[in-house]
Design a binder for this molecule. Structure first.
Ligand code: DSN
Length: 444
């Protein structure tokens, strides 16, 4: 394995990363394990090629095979998501969303998206993102029950007349209300862009509604539930073309030459392969199992006394609300779970009483564990282990003074290494992982 990498510093880190993925429970909801076929494409000679432009209209020679690959990826995306146009060149989700803005908006235009700590994405108008600096960003929120406040979004849209509205999220555990946002956008004359990065695989597998009849534009990353390589796509729906027949051309021009140079052809091949994999009946079973697992995990956590935002889940993701124990506790739970071999991420929750770096929630999900073949029975066990760790660290407090806080966290992390409970859970995690081997094809 990695036999051509003679650079031992990099090779050793790569080997350790493989070991970490194999021997731990990967529960960051935006992560997944691609097939060997996707990895082979991404690690291939395609990385050598430059192909600025589009199939048949390139600025470099020698693109006859790249044209085949990119055209296949586009054809498969169109078929799978039932759209008349797709661009598969965006480097990742944030560039894709930025390209949408510059295709249809001018600086200073009003745009709307879900507030960051309510589950929205940085690129949906948050102040530190270019989207919140260049455009006049209006945020809608979730209600006290954690569900998107559609009434507030309607009122804000009617008052502010946005050019573009985003429906989509990065930390939202319920079905996205595409139809309702479609009506709001139509009523105020806005474009509706659905960012389905998190749920694309669920949509393709029939485990989440599709925005195709309601949105004008759809963006998605390709590496989350869709289980492809790191990359992204921008699609236009029939509704989008009815609103603006030039939308595909505008998007193509903004992606290249507007914002990007040469496409990552190795990634495009990986996307084409992943889209083919996602079109198979097995993928439908996979998508449905992700949601079954997520629901089983949510009920295990609740039974063990852990509070969840919206009290459950409809998708691949769960958001733990740690505020019953105190504010800013996400870092303690994330680090303790890490020590036990369970990888999650600390996350803000709606009405966050602390800060994005020291938030009061934990975001976790089931796409990667489901790829490994785990089912409800395993989720039940994992929910109990996570709850034990939450209870172990819940009495810690985030110290106000920054220097003292750093010292306190250092000591906390050191103590985790010898903690009996953490060691016990770590052993159980190791034993579970050994029953669901990851990448057995990669030999030492
Ligand atoms: N950071 C990605 C996620 O984890 O959801 C979104 O950018």
């Amino acid at each position: 394995m990695f036999s051509f990498i003679s650079d031992s510093e990099i090779r050793d880190a790569m080997k350790k990363e493989l070991e970490r993925q194999r021997e731990g429970l990967e529960m960051i909801p935006s992560e997944n394990f691609t097939s060997m076929a996707v990895m082979e494409a991404v690690g291939s000679i395609l990385t050598n090629k430059y192909s600025e432009g589009y199939a048949g209209k390139r600025y470099y020679g020698g693109n006859q095979y790249i044209d085949v690959i990119e055209s296949k990826a586009i054809e498969r995306a169109k078929k799978l998501f039932k759209v008349p146009y797709a661009n598969v060149q965006p480097y990742s989700g944030s560039p894709a969303n930025t390209e949408v803005y510059f295709s249809i908006c001018s600086p200073g235009d009003v745009i709307m998206g879900l507030n960051l700590s309510d589950g929205g994405h940085l690129t949906h108008g948050w102040s530190t993102s270019i989207s919140g600096k260049v455009f006049k960003s209006i945020a809608y929120h979730v209600k006290p029950d954690g569900y998107i406040n559609i009434q507030e979004a309607r009122e804000l849209a009617e008052k502010n007349k946005p050019r573009l509205i985003w429906v989509g999220a990065t930390a939202y555990t319920r079905e996205l209300p595409f139809e309702e946002f479609g009506e709001i956008a139509d009523d105020v004359g806005a474009y509706l862009a659905a960012d389905i990065s998190h749920v694309a695989g669920l949509i393709v597998g029939g485990a989440h509604k599709s925005p195709v009849d309601y949105a004008h534009i759809i963006t998605t990353t390709t590496h989350k539930t869709l289980r492809g390589p790191r990359g992204a796509m921008i699609m236009v729906t029939n509704k989008g073309i009815e609103k603006d027949k030039d939308l595909p051309e505008k998007i193509d021009k903004i992606v290249f030459p507007g914002m990007q140079g040469g496409p990552h052809d190795h990634v495009t091949a990986g996307i084409a392969i992943a889209l083919d994999e996602a079109s198979k009946p097995d993928f439908t079973l996979y998508a449905r199992q992700i949601v079954k697992n997520s629901r089983a995990l949510a009920s295990s956590l609740k039974q063990n006394g852990v509070k969840l935002v919206t009290d459950g889940t409809d998708n691949h993701m769960i958001l733990i609300d740690l505020t019953p124990f105190g504010k800013g506790l996400g870092v303690f739970v994330q680090d303790a779970l890490d020590a036990a071999g369970i990888t999650v991420n600390k996350n803000t929750i709606p009405g966050e009483p602390s800060s994005p770096f020291y938030p009061s929630g934990i975001r976790l999900g089931t796409p990667a564990l489901t790829t490994r073949g785990m089912k409800e029975k395993e989720m039940d066990l994992i929910g109990a282990w996570i709850s034990e760790i939450v209870k172990l660290v819940k009495n810690n407090r985030l110290i106000e003074n920054k220097e003292e806080r750093v010292e306190y966290l250092k000591k906390f992390r050191l103590e985790l290494q010898s903690n009996t409970k953490v060691k016990q859970v770590r052993e159980q995690v190791l034993s579970l992982c050994s029953k669901f081997p990851l990448y057995p094809e990669l030999k030492d």
